[in-house]
Ligand binder design. Sequence first.
Ligand SMILES: NC(=O)C1=CN([C@@H]2O[C@H](COP(=O)(O)OP(=O)(O)OC[C@H]3O[C@@H](n4cnc5c(N)ncnc54)[C@H](OP(=O)(O)O)[C@@H]3O)[C@@H](O)[C@H]2O)C=CC1
Ligand SMILES: O=C1O[C@H](COP(=O)(O)O)[C@@H](O)[C@H](O)[C@H]1O
Length: 499
Amino acid sequence: MEAMTFILFGATGDLAKRKIYPALYNLYMDGKLPSAFTVIGLGRREFPDSVYQGQVEQSLRQFSRRPVAEEGAAPLGDFLSSFRYHPLNVNHAEDYGKLLELVRSREQALGGPGNRMFYLSVAPDFFGVIAQQIQESGLGTTSGWKRLIIEKPFGHDLASARLLNEHLSHSFEEEEIFRIDHYLGKTMVQNLETLVMANPVIQAVWNKEYISNVQITASETVGVEERAGYYDQAGAIRDMFQNHLLQVLMMTAMRRPERITARHIREEKRKIIESLRPIAPAEVAATVVRGQYEAGVLNGKEVVGYKQEPGIGPDSRNDTFVAARVSIDHPDWQGVPFYLRTGKRMAEKSTRIVVEFRNPTFDLYASRGEKTASNLLVIEINPNEKVSFVLNAKDPRNEGRLETVDMSFATEQKELPEAYERLIYDALLGDATFFAHWNEVELAWEWVQPVLEAFEGGMLPLHPYAAGSNGPQAADNLLQENGHSWWLDPDVPELVGQA
Ligand SMILES: NC(=O)C1=CN([C@@H]2O[C@H](COP(=O)(O)OP(=O)(O)OC[C@H]3O[C@@H](n4cnc5c(N)ncnc54)[C@H](OP(=O)(O)O)[C@@H]3O)[C@@H](O)[C@H]2O)C=CC1
Ligand SMILES: O=C1O[C@H](COP(=O)(O)O)[C@@H](O)[C@H](O)[C@H]1O
């Protein structure tokens, strides 16, 4: 790989420490970084490179999945010697000129064409000004490639997302922008495409003829944590639904691409998000449920309600839970509801997709007083990474009566690269397959916008739910109207018991 300079805005921030430095270190240890590279960390304060390198080391010791060597020992020492710190206030134009001098001097020292990766790990309000200054200062002019990695949230609503994109597009081509959605870096989300496209058996039944409904859940046990300022403005709908859940939906429902390339996969994803049936604000209440957690018991401990969390006001109407029934007006998915839900302070941490297959209308076993259970394909994304196929079989201990069994495989999590490792590596290679294209982001906001308007216009009740529960009853009713119910437990035998 050619030499590269990695220019990190927000180098002293939480995300850099918890995710970006560990990802870079693990890539380095796997031989996936260029042999010549510099990381230039940026923040407002002044301090020497040695202090910065110490901060990076500390973050590796705390967060790296791979144990870090002793202080000063190679390869840690070699890795850290590539880190430089530069004080820069994103709003001060003159600071960018000085940054350019440092970048050029490092490029000269490293050799190569001057490849520049700009990573914006700062508040989204700064994205526009940074992109503009990169352009105006000359940082964006190089004989190598230039790329931009940006973090979520990408806008607060449809209008702000469009404005942000317009700002970025003055300085970067769409092909140069890598919008991180860390769910797209998760092993099982990446595996979805292979599972469906590389297995003719699954491919053949991946449509409305065989699938009854699809359930995508991202439940969390954590509450708002220390992010009240951000979360109380965003809510579950912007924090999780507009991006992560809709991305997982696109990955699940996309049809077979012509080829396995970023362009072809994104084309198929776009067709799905384009086909989501829009809902008018007046219809939102019939298809979307929002909730907010109250005090409850989680893992045997009492926890406070959302309104009692530090930094949240007693009158907050923010949603900590959202569920929706989504219809895809695509010939292959007509009549197959996709149920999506996400919430904080729920009974379990579980991100999963459950695909429920149709049962034949004539049940051969009814004459024996038995009922065949629905076949399920359960794709557990987090914290377990496991795929299970739930089938009917004979129970040899019970006179050959029907029982459900599962065929499954799981991945060994410890060994696997983390989402940020995969995504940063892909961006270094210029592979945008698992990044959100602007079309997807815009269309996702287009679907969500009437929902936001219904929220703001008070057209949708905010259902309370107890911390430690599975969310409000209204979210169950969404499915019951169609004769479905949430498959609750990712542990398959018990899950089947919920039917
Ligand atoms: N933390 C997380 O888990 C996640 C974060 N994100 C997103 O990542 C981004 C960064 O988040 P996070 O690291 O948590 O934020 P932090 O608040 O922890 O860090 C913010 C960073 O921005 C820098 N900064 C603030 N103002 C300026 C300025 N005027 N000029 C230059 N630098 C400035 C700070 O540097 P200093 O104060 O040293 O100047 C600091 O390094 C955000 O967009 C967030 O939404 C996305 C997903 C998860
Ligand atoms: O992006 C976010 O994701 C996390 C959940 O991520 P996971 O990988 O643990 O499933 C969520 O807690 C956070 O609020 C949100 O900003």
